[in-house]
Design a protein around this ligand. Sequence first.
Ligand code: S3P
Length: 186
Amino acid sequence: MKTEVKPPENIVLIGFMGSGKSTLGRELQHMLGYELIDMDQEIERQQGRKIKEIFSESGEATFREMETTLLRELMAHGAEKRIISTGGGVVKSEANRVLLKQMGYVVWLRAPERIILERTSRNRDRPLLDQDDPLQMIRELLAEREPLYAGASHLQVDTGGLDVHELASGILECARYFFSNPQSHA
Ligand code: S3P
């Protein structure tokens, strides 16, 4: 008899800084009771330093390697059901884009530029935007990354019009359909 290997049923949130991944991740965790892995927080915990320090002391390339290592560790856990909230630059690496899709249902959260600017200017924790003209940087990075988010995701969600509970409910419906329908994994 053929043994079916079940693909992992994680819900993976991707999207630009300030697109609402952490807030939505917490809402999904609340609704589903799944473990929530916030990749930035997990890397900070493993490293014992803040992302800002990792960037300034070790450089962005090293941080990207840490992201890939963490994705591989999460994959090694097999078919657990978790919510994984990623850092906005995780899609820069092709290896990561492939891993993300193998991990489960990948949801790309989108927010308008002005919301991203407003949310990210509340603190200076994001080294890539800690500069004189963050809006210009947001525009450049969005132009570079939007095609990557598109290619790495199964679902694209505009976060502007709905509250977080409505968004999470809609995403859950889509995820249930995806996981119940093996053809959709192609
Ligand atoms: C980054 C996004 C950040 C964090 C790091 C780099 C990026 O995560 O991983 O500052 O390159 O877009 P958030 O998207 O959670 O802010």
